[in-house]
Design a protein around this ligand. Structure first.
Ligand SMILES: NC(=O)c1ccc[n+]([C@@H]2O[C@H](COP(=O)([O-])OP(=O)(O)OC[C@H]3O[C@@H](n4cnc5c(N)ncnc54)[C@H](O)[C@@H]3O)[C@@H](O)[C@H]2O)c1
Length: 253
């Protein structure tokens, strides 16, 4: 039975990169609160498999293939989701990659561009695809998953840090554009959360990032999902343009 507060019954949510990791955790949490969830991921099989797992838990869910870095793929996926759901109330822009950990001097044009295309331009494409419908219906909640790297800058992760800082700024800008509507656009900046994304980095890089967390441990998926749940709900009605840290105190601003 969905709780009285933060209830998402009758609402629909699309989570990019929802097949695993943080996106999967958020999709489950929103689904358990009553939302119908679209798991939109580059990995079609992963999206379908995870949607089937959520269905076993009593959550209405389905998978959609999308590449957030490809504008026509994003337009198609959102059109497909909208025709199936009739409206999209919540979008969680979570799909992302860490890229290759290396100093600026060793980053190729391709290394840089790939991270920017997925982690930043992908968020723009998805916001653009959904915002018109949200404005028309005078309702929407967008949650962009940034990173503490975007606030603090992680050495050897320049493209990632730059993309995530830009996601925080994109969030503020879009929030103000639509502030007269019942639309809230916020971001979350997690510190290290144990997910497969860490396999893209060296153990030394992960140890460095973990050592910067005052709470002395990595975060858990559920700890990100709890904050995302509030920001995705109608209870979040006067909070917009903000970036919420889920970082065990790493960046306290
Ligand atoms: N795990 C952490 O420590 C951490 C910390 C801060 C921020 N984040 C951010 O959280 C988000 C999720 O990270 P995660 O740790 O769960 O990663 P993950 O690698 O476990 O999952 C990422 C998901 O995104 C999908 N994806 C990748 N490229 C895509 C594309 N082009 N189009 C659509 N889907 C794509 C993958 O298939 C995968 O399912 C990312 O934006 C990441 O930058 C993660």
């Amino acid at each position: 039975m969905p709780a009285k507060f933060f209830n998402l019954s009758g609402q629909t949510a699309l989570i990019t990169g929802g097949a695993q990791g943080i996106g999967a955790g958020i999709a489950q949490r929103l689904g358990l609160a009553g939302a119908v969830v679209a798991i939109a991921d580059l990995d079609q099989n992963g999206a379908d498999t995870y949607a089937a797992k959520l269905q076993e838990e009593g959550i209405e869910a389905f998978g959609i293939q999308l590449d957030v870095s490809d504008s026509s793929s994003v337009a198609q996926a959102f059109a497909q989701a909208e025709s199936r759901l009739s409206k999209i109330d919540i979008v969680v822009n979570n799909a992302g990659i860490a890229g290759r950990a290396a100093p600026v001097s060793e980053q190729s044009d391709e290394d840089w561009q790939r991270v920017i295309d997925i982690d930043l331009t992908g968020v723009f494409y998805c916001c653009r695809a959904v915002i018109g419908g949200m404005i028309e219906r005078d309702y929407g909640r967008i949650v962009n998953i940034a990173s503490v790297a975007g606030k603090e800058g992680n050495p050897n992760m320049s493209a990632y840090s730059a993309a995530k800082a830009a996601v925080i700024a994109l969030t503020k800008s879009l929030a103000k554009e639509v502030a007269l509507k019942n639309i809230c656009v916020n971001s979350i900046s997690p510190a290290v959360i144990r997910t497969p994304i860490l396999e893209q980095l060296t153990p030394e890089q992960v140890d460095y990032m973990t050592s910067r967390i005052p709470r002395g441990r990595p975060g858990r998926l559920e700890e990100v999902a709890a904050v995302a749940h509030f920001l995705a709900s109608s209870d979040c009605s006067f909070v917009t343009g903000q970036c919420y840290d889920v970082s065990g105190g790493r960046s306290t601003y």
